[in-house]
Design a protein around this ligand. Structure first.
Ligand code: GTP
Length: 366
């Protein structure tokens, strides 16, 4: 059996569980996860190596494969410039893919036509779970529908996520409902949080990928620079620790990132301290009131955010970390294209590369 490889986009509306799934598949915390929608702002790639599975009497088996997973911001109707930027990320992710995993949260909306959801007068029972925004589901489905029209098409696998939170009897009606809306290549009920059916999912993914070589070296987990992941971890703590008003108005920019000269996995005498990474980050918010909340009484909130983030960053990097946080006000940053462009780590990298190239060139001329 020959090797398979490909780019697999995970798409779905906010809070469907995309980041949780990515992390579960990678077995390491990579995309940040919180209970608040729209946590994921830019695409995050993770690489999963899937070993060969030999054919047995009960299993068809599959070849070894490398799956490049692309997490996307939740699909929603764009309002601000930041929203538009996030939706562009979704479009981009859909364009460069071999397979799409369309993930829906089964606790949000049950099929409307099922008898148990229909009252005696024919009206739909609107329980909390059936709730909310049909418009958002429809919008997400529209994006998927567009894939059908693109050249060559691309298989879409529907993942019914959070099945741990509903009763088993509710799963079949959901499968029937969604199968009627789009010709999905597969419909798989999963729980990203409880890791239910994830092996089955990976088996199906390998089966749907084209034959091809690795895109990334075998042990590379992600193509994201660590400094971007660090900014995401800080942003996660802000989301978790501050109140409703602040989180969406914050952006984290890494201003200093000094890696230790010594490798974290280098041999060192027993009891010797791990090397130290020095990081300074600015937290941008839109108003002075938000700044006050982020700093807290006598700096208590900022300290809490910093301590929680530092612990996670230390386990991500495998070094000790000295983390300095500053809070800055940048009015209406969410509507300023230039500012948002600068948040993009890829652009940041391009700028660093351009600067280094210019420096090298002037060095050559000397
Ligand atoms: N019960 C249950 N909860 C889950 C499951 N998967 C994710 N969640 C929860 O759903 C919430 C949202 O999960 P995320 O992974 O951040 O969702 P997302 O789709 O990446 O969200 P955005 O970044 O906003 O687009 C978190 O509180 C998760 O713990 C699951 O399988 N079961």
């Amino acid at each position: 059996m020959s090797f398979r490889s490909g780019f697999v986009s995970i798409v779905g509306r906010p809070n469907a569980g995309k980041s949780t799934l990515l992390n579960a598949l990678l077995g390491q915390k990579l995309a940040i996860v919180t209970h608040k929608p729209q946590t994921t702002r830019t695409r995050i790639q993770g690489v999963v190596e899937i070993p060969l599975k030999k054919k047995t009497s009960s299993e068809p088996g599959h070849p070894a494969a490398q799956v490049v997973l692309v997490d996307t911001p939740g699909i929603h109707k764009p309002d601000t410039h930041l929203d538009k930027r996030m939706m562009q990320e979704v479009h981009d992710a859909l364009e460069s893919r071999d397979l799409v995993l369309f993930i829906v949260d089964v606790t949000h909306r049950l099929p409307k036509t099922e008898p148990e959801n229909t009252r005696a007068d024919g009206k739909i029972k609107t329980t909390g779970r059936m709730a909310l925004s049909k418009a958002e589901d429809d919008f997400a489905l529209q994006l998927i529908q567009r894939l059908k029209q693109t050249e060559g098409g691309c298989p879409v696998v529907l993942l019914l996520n959070k099945i741990d939170a509903i009763s088993p009897a509710e799963i079949m009606p959901l499968i029937a409902h969604w199968s009627g809306l789009y010709p999905f290549a597969e419909v798989i009920p999963i729980s990203a949080r409880k890791k239910i059916n994830l092996d089955l999912l990976l088996d199906k993914v390998v089966g749907l990928l084209p034959e091809g070589q690795r895109y990334f070296p075998k042990h590379q987990l992600t193509d994201q620079p660590e400094r971007f992941l660090v900014a995401e971890l800080i942003r996660e703590k802000i989301l978790l620790l501050t109140g409703e008003e602040v989180p969406y108005a914050t952006a984290v920019v890494i201003e200093k990132y000094e890696e230790p000269t010594e490798r974290p996995d280098a041999k060192r005498p027993k009891g010797a301290k791990l090397p130290l990474t020095k990081i300074a980050a600015a937290i941008f918010c839109e108003r002075t009131g938000q700044k006050a909340i982020l700093i807290g009484k006598q700096g208590a909130m900022l300290k809490e955010i910093g301590t929680a983030a530092r612990k996670d960053i230390e386990s991500l990097l495998g070094t000790r970390v000295f983390l300095e946080l500053f809070v800055k006000v940048q009015e209406e940053w969410r509507s300023k294209p230039g500012f948002i462009e600068d948040l993009d780590w890829r652009r940041e990298l391009e700028q660093i590369a351009a600067k280094q190239a210019a420096e090298a060139e002037t060095g050559d001329l000397k």
